[in-house]
Ligand binder design. Structure first.
Ligand code: UD1
Ligand code: UDP
Length: 389
């Protein structure tokens, strides 16, 4: 039996962890998954609500780290995780995505000689001003197993010197959660709660430090919201980082223009199910989130990404995503087109089919030389080591 420490800490980790946890639990003779929550996110609406809705048990260990500067937060997680790893002696540590908890988990493990598996490896924005890009590159560099969501990720990894046999294209484990829980989300009455009508509103999320920590960009965000609200109601569940900064905005005119706007529905961060339902029913999504770019592609809802780049180009080439930067006029122009002119249906990226987690488990079984029947949808082409092209 192999002991796997699954390290998660921030909102976008939980919907990636849940399907893998369930698939590992389905192999009790082979794997013992242990969930460590770093406590990077700690508000109920940024953490507990996901454990409940994703049917995850309470974390086995919660490090209770909380918020801090990058160095302090990463360092504190690293120190506490090292102790956990020394005490529990896992056979492998699994990290997810690109947050500070991902980096700390990968570093703590590799320094102890424990193999690391990175779920969502190989995504690159090539923008080193993004803290997430640093986290991705370092986590990938020290990982023994690199699980990728899309085909371009392997090229990025190979270019950086990863060995072909460490890279496994398994699909998008976050989409596993979506596929499983969309039927549950669909039954919620959340549109009525916010006085919204199906396909007649814009859903906005915005939390990237580069967009919301800078006063000038925050002002652009308020202008963008006011412009969007001229076309249709805007639903804006607000990340705590963004809410704190909005409340601190020095210009009362900018602040009140959105905090008290009749056509802008602000809410606290929403539960996963409520958010999925609102995402599926939206006419348009405007976001700077990584995960929301992918989910809107899967749901075939047009998405405008308020960033200069994306580490998820498949959402543009195959999906419904358009990069626009934080430019209120350009966003309003495109929003008008999508809201009133419709948009072409795009295709779902390959292996975004709800079966990524079983594929990961199949690869882990081979890594540990535990034989098993192939996971659903696994073909020789999919889960085998990617050839150097
Ligand atoms: C983090 C990730 C980011 C991810 C985002 C998802 C890093 C470097 N960033 O950004 O990649 O897209 O999570 O949501 O890991 N706060 C609360 N309550 C909470 C959590 C945070 O009030 O439960 C507030 C605190 O004021 C905190 C701020 O939000 O200082 C930022 O939190 P932090 O985890 O540092 O970064 P995020 O912006 O959430
Ligand atoms: N999400 C949520 N409630 C919200 C906003 C987002 O449940 O109010 C979910 C969303 O469905 C997706 C994930 O959070 O699964 C994306 O996380 P986030 O945008 O915080 O981080 P990123 O993906 O940018 O790292």
């Amino acid at each position: 039996m192999k002991k796997l420490l699954l390290v998660a800490g921030a909102r976008p980790n939980f919907m990636k962890l849940a399907p893998l946890y369930a698939s590992l639990k389905a192999e009790p003779d082979a794997f013992q998954p242990i969930v460590v929550h770093t406590g990077q996110h700690y508000d109920r609406q940024m953490s507990d609500v996901f454990f409940e809705q994703l049917a995850l048990p309470e974390p086995d260990i919660n490090l209770g780290i909380g918020s801090a500067t990058h160095g302090a937060q990463t360092g504190r997680i690293l120190e506490k995780l090292e102790k956990v790893m020394l005490d529990s002696e896992p056979d492998m540590v699994v990290v997810f995505g690109d947050v500070n908890s991902t980096l700390a988990g990968a570093l703590a493990a590799v320094k102890l000689g424990i193999p690391v598996a990175h779920v969502e490896a190989g995504l690159r924005s090539n923008d080193w001003s993004m803290p997430e890009e640093i986290n991705r590159v370092v986590a990938d560099r020290v990982s023994a197993l690199l699980f990728t969501t899309c085909e371009d990720a392997a090229d990025n990894l190979l270019r950086e010197g990863a060995t072909p046999d460490s890279i496994h294209f398994v699909g998008n484990v976050m989409i596993d959660s979506l596929v499983k829980l969309l039927p549950v989300a669909d039954k919620l009455d959340v549109l009525r709660q916010y006085d919204l009508q199906s396909k007649r509103y814009t859903l906005v999320t915005m939390h990237r430090a580069s967009n919301v920590d800078d006063e000038e960009n925050l002002r652009k965000l308020t202008e963008m919201l006011s412009r969007l609200a001229l076309f249709a109601p805007v639903m804006f569940p607000v990340h705590p980082r963004t809410m704190r900064n909005l409340k601190d905005l020095t210009s009362a005119i900018d602040r009140d223009s959105i905090l008290d706007h009749p056509n802008i529905r602000l809410s606290e961060p929403l539960g996963y199910l409520e958010f999925l339902k609102l995402e599926k029913e939206a006419a348009l999504v405007v976001t700077d989130s990584g995960g929301v770019q992918e989910e809107s592609t899967y749901l075939q809802v047009p998405c405008l990404t308020a960033r200069p780049n994306t580490e998820r180009p498949v959402t543009i080439t195959d999906g419904t995503n358009t990069l626009v930067g934080l430019d209120p006029l350009r966003i309003a122009e495109l929003a008008e087109q999508y809201l009133f002119g419709g948009s072409p249906q795009r295709k779902r990226p390959r292996l975004w089919d709800g079966n990524a987690a079983p594929r990961i488990v199949s690869v882990m079984q081979r890594f540990f030389e535990i034989t098993s029947v192939p996971a659903p949808g696994v073909t020789e082409d999919d889960c085998v080591e990617q050839e150097l092209r």
